[in-house]
Design a protein around this ligand. Sequence first.
Ligand SMILES: *[C@@H]1O[C@H](CO)[C@@H](O)[C@H](O)[C@H]1NC(C)=O
Ligand SMILES: *[C@@H]1O[C@H](CO)[C@@H](O)[C@H](O)[C@H]1NC(C)=O
Length: 368
Amino acid sequence: MLWAARVSGFFSAAMLMVVLSPSLQSFPPAEAIRSSQFDSHVRFPSHIAGGARGLAFRRASAFRNAADCSNTTGNVCDPSFVHIAITLDEDYLRGSVAAVHSVVQHAMCPESIFFHFLVSDPALGDLVSAVFPQLQFNVYYFDPDRVRGLISSSVRQALEQPLNYARNYLADLLEPCVRRVIYLDSDLVLVDDVTKLWRTDLGRRTVGAPEYCHANFSKYFTDRFWSDKQFVETFTGRRPCYFNTGVMMLDLARWRRKGYTRRIERWMEIQKSPAGRIYELGSLPPFLLVFAGHVAPIEHRWNQHGLGGDNVFGSCRDLHPGPVSLLHWSGSGKPWARLGAGRPCPLDALWAPFDLYDPAASAAEWSR
Ligand SMILES: *[C@@H]1O[C@H](CO)[C@@H](O)[C@H](O)[C@H]1NC(C)=O
Ligand SMILES: *[C@@H]1O[C@H](CO)[C@@H](O)[C@H](O)[C@H]1NC(C)=O
């Protein structure tokens, strides 16, 4: 919380709140009155919103498991849970909320999903329970000081947010009984049942992800890297391919046994050493260094990435050929920003149905 206050520099007058959605009408009124979660306005401390931005969200519709789903106990260690980890921060909040919404809407067994939210401000957990009253989740504070000394300062700023590195620490942050987790970025939506992804067999691999062996792998590393025999030897005996770290299945039990967190940190230390950079972009290259060539391949349908395009308005991307289970707006353009600016790309229309942001309520809050 202190950190959030420090980076935003001042407490803004704007507030986060949740307004009552019409979808709530599916709840019996008596229950609605009993539960304090059903107050029509749930307000959050002003410092969360950051800057002078007011954000209000509608409450998601109720969801229920299908009859043949296994019944979960509510204990995070229940072995029948599907585990999903996702970050929540003020900048990508609208995206994270839409991602969660898309997951529960497409799941046959939404009550059997356990979410793990990595946050820069623990109060964001209150927002999640107000928007998704039924959601089973835990909140984990990620201390930015854990990576501050390991992050380089000279690359694109968005890629150097400390929370981007929280995925490196899932094995430490999550409960030891959580042996496997799906990590999802905040700029994506699922259009299929996440349980199908969860059933992917990783074999003896630690990381599962769609691989792209035609992508130019060498461009992620600098000349200093490629000219150092010792560095290059790290890839000896493997066929390294690019993979996107925005959608990954992680075998946390194996990760803990093999100490991969430390291996990733060692590459980050080399990157920060005075001898010069060995790679360009943020949190991805250390994953490539440790895991590329040892990844369990996941069907490409689970990461149709690149839909964000670049900074230039109008540079819209199309889907890759083949079936689609997950749409990922990686790249610098985000659907919520383009929709807000009234200049969306055609595919942004596929993100919009999962958006729970309420512009009218946000505007009302703005003018208070
Ligand atoms: C789960 O619980 C419900 C309600 O108690 C019950 O009807 C259903 O048969 C149970 N499902 C399983 C797979 O045990
Ligand atoms: C791959 O990227 C490197 C570094 O940017 C470049 O020098 C090389 O020509 C590229 N290779 C191909 C086949 O495009």
